[in-house]
Design a protein. Structure first.
Length: 350
């Protein structure tokens, strides 16, 4: 009788233990599930979190917990180990949004989906302006800052090459801590590829014999107009003048040649300043590009319009008046400019 009663008690206790175990296991599974589905960040604003190299997952989880971003750091570590991902964490800068769950965050740091920063190279900038923008970008690692141009180009792998016009203007993405030298190489490679593609598809009967000449002409077009529809017309004027042996007489090239001495006001005496870039004094193209041309300007340089205009003058509204003869051009200058013209492509030599 006593043995039977003891067995009954043991059976009840075992049943109770099983119930408790089932309840505890169920609750634990539910808690783990809720943990991995709930957002980490309740602030409403995105939080930037940096993972340094060779930092363990346990340390990351503990740090996130101290910051109030993980309620159960052990769960986080368990999941990573269960998935064999605890040793696959990638260093970098990550964004924790208000909807990001611990599971999503783990996936993010395993694949290395780091924050992408951007730097924009503006069409028509000079190379000096481009360098200044890179030097002022706090998210880049600066390897080229302060280097003389010849040393910089040698470092990039193009010793002896003039840098003006050799970098394609566009927006470049990078991760924090990337080298400015690597970004320069990307921009240079992008320009090489763009120029090669456009040169291979160039129009016939151009007044240009090399891709580099196309780059120089594109830089003149870039500085002359910001209107996309005018680029082929500007290109047509320049191509026809080159073919006829007429000086280009383009102010932006003169200004580039003046360098730091230019004070923002182009004077008659500046047009007599004998620099290699003074297209009022010298025939043909200037020796190098004068700015960083866009892909659109390169395309226009290699696809000029088929008109007859040899002159253009700024109208004051952002556009230009194009003329076929000098007489028409002089009338346009008198109409659109208040002072005697020293303006673009007013040919004084004919």
């Amino acid at each position: 009788m006593q043995t039977s009663r003891t067995s009954e008690i043991v059976f009840k206790l075992a049943g109770l233990a099983l119930v408790l175990f089932s309840f505890t296991t169920g609750w634990l599974l539910w808690d783990v599930k809720m943990f991995f589905q709930a957002p980490m960040n309740h602030s409403g604003n995105a939080i930037t979190y940096v993972i340094k190299k060779n930092v363990s997952l346990s340390r990351i989880a503990t740090d996130l917990s101290h910051r109030g971003l993980l309620s159960h750091p052990r769960y986080f570590v368990w999941l990573a180990r269960w998935k064999n991902e605890d040793d696959k964490i990638q260093a970098g800068e990550y964004e924790i949004t208000s909807t990001l769950s611990p599971r999503d965050f783990l996936d993010m740091i395993v694949v290395g989906k780091v924050i992408q920063h951007e730097v924009t190279l503006i069409e028509g900038w000079t190379f000096d302006q481009f360098r200044r923008a890179l030097d002022e970008n706090a998210d880049l690692r600066h390897e080229t800052k302060g280097l003389p141009v010849d040393e910089l180009m040698a470092l990039l792998g193009w010793p002896g090459e003039h840098p003006e016009g050799r970098f394609l203007p566009e927006t470049y993405s990078f991760v924090k801590g990337s080298s400015d030298a690597d970004l320069l190489r990307r921009a240079h490679r992008a320009m090489d590829e763009t120029l090669a593609r456009e040169w291979s598809q160039r129009a016939k009967d151009l007044s240009l014999s090399t891709p580099y000449q196309a780059l120089i002409l594109a830089s003149l077009i870039e500085k002359e107009t910001g209107l996309s529809e005018e680029r082929p017309r500007i290109s047509g004027v320049f191509n026809r003048r080159l073919r006829k042996g007429i000086r280009l007489q383009t102010d932006p090239s003169v200004i580039y040649g003046l360098g730091q001495s230019f004070d923002g006001n182009l004077r008659r005496r500046d047009l007599r300043s004998d620099t290699p870039f003074n297209t009022y004094l010298h025939f043909g193209l200037p020796p190098t590009p004068i700015a960083l041309p866009s892909a659109a300007s390169i395309h226009a340089a290699l696809h000029p319009d088929s008109g007859k205009a040899l002159y253009f003058v700024a109208r004051g509204d952002g556009g230009h008046q194009f003329s076929e003869t000098l007489a028409e051009h002089l009338k346009a200058v008198q109409r659109y400019q208040l002072r005697p013209p020293h303006a673009l492509n007013h040919d004084r030599t004919q």
